[in-house]
Write a protein that binds this ligand. Structure first.
Ligand SMILES: [Zn+2]
Length: 296
């Protein structure tokens, strides 16, 4: 099966899981199970997000989008993050209500049965996806699979907690479980929103990647060769660097272009997938961009 097929399967399983867990909540009235059902929304978001990444975002550049479609993923992650944030807050409110007015749980056996079916389904899928992700080195698929595994553990925790409620009669444990799951969902939602904001704001590359760029450039530094105005940005899985290469004014264009090619190759070797834009300038001329860092 192809990566996209796994991801489509993962979207279908997420929808089924939400149905099964919502059924479990409906039968038992447990807010813990409700929060677990809503956590599956995160899976649905994650799976559709990954699917978008490997289809739309991977589309080659076209005339209208000459830099590619790598930012497509940020729209969906921002939107989904906000939806999930709202879901987590709703769970916290219902958990607080339930804490104040404890309710007995009904048909717990059947409810937990449904939840376990969903959990086994997710566990098997996560295992198959992780195996495929390692085989084809797909980051999107691996991220989705890892997320699914955390969800499996959350569900196991919720089920064990509710069994404890049944055995001990401590009804307050149910809203406590719900609140714990909600806080975890909140954390993931904030992560999704931050990721999308970082992307839309053209966030700089990570410091360690910037260091590899500096190291690659250092190889070419010379009395007569200077690099400045280095800026980096990320767009989806694409990484960009813009910089000036200053060289003696009397160099031939052929010689300058040859050096630029070597610098480009060194940069791409140091940072896979990097796209470098190198402006050639004489040593004593600076291009003005109203850049506050501009020394001239
Ligand atoms: Zn410059």
């Amino acid at each position: 099966m192809r990566v996209a097929t796994y991801l489509k399967l993962s979207v279908a399983v997420a929808v089924a899981t939400i149905g099964l867990k919502a059924g479990a909540w409906w039968l038992t009235g447990s807010v813990g199970l409700l929060s677990d059902a809503l956590e599956s929304l995160v899976n649905l978001a994650g799976a559709s997000f990954a699917l978008l990444m490997v289809t739309l975002a991977a589309r080659p550049p076209d005339d209208d989008h000459p830099y590619g479609h790598h930012k497509a993923e940020y729209f969906s992650s921002g939107f989904e993050g906000v939806l999930i944030l709202v879901a987590a807050l709703a769970i916290l409110v219902s958990a607080a209500e339930r804490w104040l007015n404890p309710q007995p749980l009904e048909q717990l056996g059947l409810g937990l049965g449904l939840s376990l079916v969903a959990t086994v389904l997710n566990g098997v899928l996560a295992w198959a996806m992780l195996r495929k992700a390692r085989e084809v080195r797909s980051m999107a698929l691996e991220g989705d699979a890892r997320h699914l595994f955390t969800d499996v553990w959350t569900s196991v925790g919720v089920v064990l907690g509710l069994v404890a409620v049944q055995l001990s009669g401590w009804l307050w444990l149910d809203p406590l479980i719900a609140a714990a799951v909600a806080l975890n969902i909140l954390r993931e939602a904030v992560g999704l929103v931050r990721r999308s904001v970082d992307g839309l704001m053209d966030h700089a590359l990570e410091p360690e990647v910037q260091a590899s760029i500096e190291d690659a450039l250092a190889e070419f530094k010379h009395e007569t060769i200077r690099f400045d105005h280095i800026s980096t940005r990320r767009a989806g899985t694409r990484r960009f660097v813009d910089l000036h290469m200053h060289m003696p004014a009397d160099w031939s264009l052929r010689r300058a272009a040859a050096l630029r090619t070597s610098v480009e190759q060194a940069l791409m070797a140091a940072v896979p997938g990097l796209r470098a834009t190198i402006q050639l300038l004489p040593s004593d001329v600076e291009a003005h961009f109203d850049d506050p860092r501009d020394p001239l």
